[in-house]
Design a protein around this ligand. Structure first.
Ligand code: FAD
Length: 432
């Protein structure tokens, strides 16, 4: 099969479609912007509690990062634990780590309760060290994580690494058995169906263009202007991730959209697939400019990375296919002759401090900044912020932490500095 510039996951699922109603609802309790993991898990939670919810989605259910990702349901956060502790202190970091574990339980529970057929499996993740120094740090990290968070990681020496991965280029690894894998397109499709079944109205091809405060019958709220007309909502929850745009300028200025790209090979023979990943882990390496990879349930090798820093377009996607294929063969020379059948890209949302953020901004609720760790955390934040909107006081250690913008305010939502950031991270990977 010739290379297709298409998201492989979408070939494995029929996405639900929202009812084609000619008009938007005139008035809702909560308008959720974005139909990815964040928005749909919020809509599901709110609708189950009897709220009138509309999800406004510019494109289609799961169109954003939620159907395009690697399907790795990971413990921890993008930043290392020592950095987190020095920035936020022990107590808050312990709560953050606990939230990262709870977020996987949260995905598992939704999958079970809603009977979502998405190949969820607690297969664990493997981090592999590209340098001796990185490997030496694994033992220190595992010790801190065991002591501070009561969570066990297993350090794998280079001599034993072949039981985890069929590649000889790494200096060792670290395994976390709690992480999971799933098919993200099937998961987001299931979330969409569950939210609709609970009573949420999902309005596809409805781009929110502007928001203004407006009271109705003495109740404070928002007038929402969209490409399909306007509606009124008491509360707004923004879950637009790397696709955050002009409708929410305060948030747009705090989020850097960064491209990430994925290829998948043809279906591999069973024996070869077993040799490449004997325990079927979710795998990523220790670089800043990292590769992440896994077998799909159908036994394709899925191999991803930040091949280009700019978000996806025809040019960045095509270039990425070749860059990623070379990266994959460096890791797995056994795949030299394997055909690459799919390539696609998506946009990650990085905050300037590389942390998830949630709470309220300009009177609107939001949850963003997952930095490539969003499958579990976006689901969790959608649920937690929905509970907050419903009047609960849910545990959420990411609410209230400082949410920095660009230094000197030198950013208006157009990431002119991405090529420099890309070069900077490559330099860091050389020297670290
Ligand atoms: C290639 C890639 C690989 C990744 N791999 C992993 C992984 O393996 N593990 C992991 O944990 N995370 C991974 N991630 C990150 C993860 O996919 C995201 O963090 C997560 O999907 C974010 O979900 P979300 O619902 O917040 O945003 P999204 O799924 O991006 O949804 C946002 C939605 O908002 C809509 N929108 C934007 N503006 C408007 C508007 N004005 N009006 C209406 N709608 C609007 C968009 O159309 C979009 O559908 C990856 C991301 C990418 C791109």
């Amino acid at each position: 099969m010739p290379l297709r510039e298409q998201n492989y996951w979408l070939t494995t699922v029929e996405m639900p479609r929202s009812a084609e109603s000619p008009a938007l609802p005139a008035r809702v309790d909560i308008a959720v912007i974005g139909a990815g993991f964040t928005g749909l898990s919020a809509a599901l939670t709110l609708a189950r509690r009897g709220a009138k919810v509309a999800v406004l989605e510019a494109e289609a259910i799961g169109w954003g990062a939620s159907s395009r990702n690697g399907g790795m349901v990971l413990t921890g956060m993008k930043l290392g634990v020592n950095q987190l502790i020095s920035r936020y202190g022990r107590e808050r970091t312990q709560r953050m780590y606990a939230a990262s574990l709870a977020s996987i339980d949260c995905v598992e529970q939704i999958v079970r309760e809603e009977e979502i057929d998405c190949d969820f499996s607690r297969c664990g993740h493997l981090e592999v060290a590209c340098k001796r120094k990185h490997f030496d740090d694994y033992a220190r990290q595992a010790e801190v994580i065991a002591r501070e968070f009561n969570h066990e990681l297993r350090v794998v020496q280079r001599s034993e690494l072949s039981s985890e991965i069929g590649s000889s280029i790494y200096y060792g690894g670290m395994v976390d058995e709690v992480s999971a894998g799933l098919n993200p397109a099937r998961y987001v499709a299931g979330l969409g169906r569950a939210a609709m079944k609970a009573g949420a109205e999902i309005c596809e091809r409805t781009r929110v263009e502007s928001l203004q405060r407006e009271s109705r019958q003495g109740e404070a709220g928002w007038k929402i202007n969209s490409s399909r007309g306007s509606l009124w909502a008491r509360d707004i929850f923004v879950g637009t991730s790397g696709y955050t745009g002009r409708a929410t300028p305060a948030l747009q200025k705090k989020i850097i959209p960064i491209g990430s790209f994925i290829i998948t090979t043809e279906v591999l023979p069973e024996q070869l697939a077993h040799e490449l990943s004997p325990r079927n882990r979710m795998i990523y390496d220790s670089k800043n400019y990292l590769y992440y990879y896994r077998l799909t349930p159908e036994r394709r090798m899925l191999f991803g990375g930040r091949a280009a820093f700019f978000p996806e377009n025809d040019r960045t996607i095509r270039r990425s296919a070749e860059i990623l294929r070379r990266g994959m063969i460096d890791v797995y020379p056994q795949l030299r002759d394997a055909k690459v059948e799919y390539v696609w890209g998506g946009t990650l949302d990085f905050a300037f401090d590389i942390m998830p953020h949630a709470g309220q901004i300009d009177g609107m609720y939001y949850a963003v900044g997952y930095a490539g760790h969003g499958v579990a955390m976006a689901t969790y934040q959608g649920q937690r912020i929905a509970e907050l909107i419903a009047g609960d006081k849910p545990e959420n250690p990411f609410v209230g932490i400082p949410f920095p913008g660009a230094p000197l305010g030198l950013y208006n939502g157009r990431p002119w500095f991405l090529p420099f950031a890309g070069m900077w991270y490559k330099v860091l990977d050389w020297v670290s």
